[in-house]
Design a protein around this ligand. Structure first.
Ligand code: ASP
Length: 347
């Protein structure tokens, strides 16, 4: 049986062409993309596609686009062995995180890829990325089950867990990285899967689909000199339910009274505030320093080693499911799709 793969084309540099007037890159259609990758035919797969009516630069991505991707995969879940999502790199890590919460209990691969150079350019990385993504989506273990059963990002030499990934370079072909979780596969002469990193939980039941996302979330990025007026103003934003507080180091921040009072008041008002470190590597250890301890005592929840992208998507997902602030707090502290590692120090 030939592997059956569905490509969902959303846009991104991979399919872009130069605008004749401005010379800036703009999204273009899927047939143009495929014409530039004749090698795909050498793969003995059945490949179908669904494309966004208007392919987009991923900077225009919003939750309605996530919902379209989810629908494309969910509606076709039983008919294909794997899915490849072609996407711009700018918001790829956000989409990967969101999809990992919107599509749970996956038994099939959802591989997201794109490129730094358009597929029509001689030195493009798009051709290799697309072909490798298709091969990973088709890969099966000796028992016939898909090798990858989660949302992952394939880019250049690595396959990363989607909700652990971050775009780290606007220039390098290895544009993504997971700073707190090892690669799922290393791509060299062959595709070398790292079996111990792949999620293979089999809790039974079918695909769980959670299309609702609540966008009443925001982020506060700490920096020395951040003013009281700005913090109080942000926490009083109408309708806000969740806040990602980007803190220093192991989850630390100012211990000034006005700051701690503002957090305490917001938590008392039912806002869920999660503590995510600004560091690219490592996580929150809330009780390690007095400054972190004081923040934790206001009721701010530890984000452990979560990425910023996954924290935003996780809050949107949990509020989208209609959970109360108390439930969101509880569920945020537990992994849903392998996005955090909880240790006794990170609680
Ligand atoms: N601006 C582009 C996008 O995210 C960048 C890329 O695809 O690499 O759609």
């Amino acid at each position: 049986m030939k592997p059956r793969i569905l490509i969902v084309y959303t846009g991104g540099t991979i399919g872009m062409i130069e605008d004749a007037a401005t010379k800036a890159l703009r999204p273009f259609d899927f047939s143009h993309l495929m014409e530039n990758v004749p090698k795909v035919k050498k793969l003995d797969y059945v490949i179908d596609n669904i494309q966004f009516q208007t392919p987009i630069d991923s900077s225009d991505m919003d939750i309605t686009h996530w919902q379209s991707i989810v629908r494309s995969i969910a509606d076709n879940y039983d008919n294909y062995d794997g899915f490849v999502v072609l996407h711009g790199t700018d918001t790829m890590a956000y989409t990967a995180s969101a999809l990992s919460f919107m599509l749970q209990n996956l038994r099939k691969p959802v591989i997201i890829t794109g490129s730094q150079l358009p597929i029509g350019e001689v030195r493009t990385d798009g051709e290799e990325n697309l072909i490798t993504a298709l091969q990973i989506a088709a890969s099966r273990d000796a028992d016939g089950k898909p090798t990858v059963r989660e949302v992952a990002i394939l880019f250049e030499n690595y396959l990363w867990r989607g909700n652990r990934s971050t775009k780290r370079s606007a220039d390098n072909f290895n544009a993504f990285r997971s700073n707190n979780y090892p690669e799922l596969a290393k791509i060299g002469l062959g595709i070398h899967f790292r079996r111990t990193s792949l999620t293979h939980t089999d809790k039974g039941g079918g695909l769980e689909i959670y299309p609702e996302m609540d966008t009443n979330v925001m982020a506060i990025d700490l920096f020395p000199g951040l003013s009281r007026c700005v913090v109080e103003h942000m926490l009083a934003a109408p309708g806000i339910k969740g806040v990602v507080l980007r803190t220093y180091g192991a989850g630390n921040g100012p211990s000034e009274k006005w700051f701690l009072d503002a957090l305490t008041q917001a938590v008392a008002n039912g806002i869920v505030i999660v503590n995510v470190t600004q560091c690219v590597n490592g996580g929150v250890y809330p009780r390690r320093y007095l400054t972190g301890d004081k923040i934790a005592s206001t009721g701010v929840v530890s984000g452990h080693d979560i990425t910023f992208e996954a924290a935003i998507a996780k809050l949107m997902h949990l509020f989208g499911r209609g959970f109360t602030p108390a439930e969101v707090r509880k569920r945020f502290s537990r992994p849903i799709s392998g996005e955090i590692t909880v240790t006794k120090h990170s609680k």
